[in-house]
Design a binder for this molecule. Sequence first.
Ligand SMILES: NC(=O)C[C@H](N)C(=O)O
Length: 628
Amino acid sequence: MAAPSCINLTSLARALSQPTLNLNDSPTRSIPLSKCRRRKLSICNSTESSEPSPIAPEAQVLVINTGGTIGMTLHDQVLAPKANAFVESLRKLPNLHDEYYAQQSGLYDYYGSENILVLPLSEEKKRIVYTIMEYSPLLDSSNMTTEDWGKIGKDIEENYENYDGFVILHGTDTMAYTASALSFMCEHLGKPIIVTGSQVPIYEMRNDGRANLLGALLIAGHFVIPEVCLYFYNNLYRGNRSTKVDAGSFKAFSSPNLAPLACAEVDIIINWDTVWRANTTAKFHVSPEMNRNVGLLRLFPGITSATMKAFLQPPMEGVVLETYGSGNCPDNRPRLLAVLKKATNDGVIIINCTQCLRGTVSASYATGKVLMDAGLIAGGDMTPEAALSKLSYVLAKKDITLDAKKKMMARNLRGEMSGNLAGAKLCLSDSRFIQVIAKSLSISCKEELEAIRDALTPPLACAAAKIGDIEALEALKEMGSNLFLADYDGRTPLHVAACEGHLKAVKYLLSHGATVYAKDRYGDTPLCNAVRFRHKEVVKLLRKTGAHFSRDKLEEAGNELCSLAVSGDMEGLEIWSLAGADLNQPGYNGQSAILMAEAAGLLEMVAFLHQLKNKSEGIEFIAAPTGQ
Ligand SMILES: NC(=O)C[C@H](N)C(=O)O
């Protein structure tokens, strides 16, 4: 991302003559966990010098290929998905796979060679390693059902801890429905899930598939955007805000009521103010059940009450009624209105959504108010795709009453509808704090104000987190600052609070948008930091929120556990175990901590390790996902 330039930080620092927080107080640095790798990562860059390049951090992305035009070929003059051909063709595309790096770095020995690919080194000096999981059969998205959505959700859940992000390859025809459905199914999401595809197969000379896949992979591997998104033609949209608007253009999607979350032009610019966050200390969970007794009905002049009645017959449980303009329907058709009223009285949930591409429903007309009187729920500015999949998700909930389901439908669950303006977030550039600085630096343009905000707020928030000052965090939050943004070293306030063991600050940050998956420049997460500085309660809270070690870190943990066991450090072992380390993990000599302690004759330690192992297994059992 390019930071807008022309900001003189020296004058900026001088302008801050009376800082509330001590800016000289540098944020806590973590000691990186051992950098020993089982794979040799220090290799030459294939295209440049013969000097070994420094170790590039890697991000892991799982690509689930469900089908769609992106992987289709022509058979008898029509396009249909082609099985088992996608990975091999990607291997031949240098901007989507670096074969030299894959071989030299031992990638294939480590993960197996079948479905693994790796992007060339990114501008941010990162490698995106991606695995392709191909569904069988591959589907044209017109053939997809709610069961297919559930399967994608379950596969994401099963693989959640092994990857930094997910890309779903999908046909464009029903992509907006799937993206919407996944956004509801994925509860307390903390990692990016990006749905993409193409209008022209990747095998054609001129196609949009390569750029769409590359863009989605780069975003999924570089940014912790904890949302189900849809990436198409250089734009990243919120999945449940998008809709297919063009059957014959590469710019096939639009998000009429919400600006894109990111634009990938010369630089990839993320609109962090718009990114939706779970604000939770609960663990990621997928609810794959969907109710199929739902439907979409578009109102049209002359629709008969008999048609309406037939549509609302049992087993129908939920309907999205696409109405005119700002949510209107004829108010001079008592029989039609009586049919609607009877259905809502009988327990059918009916959502009022507009047929217009852009805008929201409101009760500003008599023709709109009659629908509220008939018991319809206002769908705000939801797309029909989002409203339908939300209904399907909400109606599948077993342990809540009909009334609670209606309330859920009216509430904004995943950023699918706009809230009221009274709750709108103050923009930091509107704040007095930034205005004072801007004035003393004689700057006024929007880009400069944003640059000040981006340069100043992460270190300020980190400094507040270091001393556990929730009031200061609150003040920054009120100024419109994003508490999840990282400083120049990729360190977020959550990293710093975790290092210092400020449990309350950790809790506060987690409930205000911080992510447990943020990695600093050393690849360390807040969980790594809390373990390193032995803050047991923070470790527990982060684990509860879904934090986990990456595969690399889990393997590195073997050495650490062995050395802790041999040095008799029970407290250290307990923390590692609480953080999810496997006590059987072998160290560099192939021996586990228990075997090392046995060999050294440390009987008390051996007993302790066995006890710890049993306890951790018991904890895993109790902490099995329970849903929302
Ligand atoms: N462009 C596409 O992917 C269209 C295709 N029919 C599908 O939805 O699977």
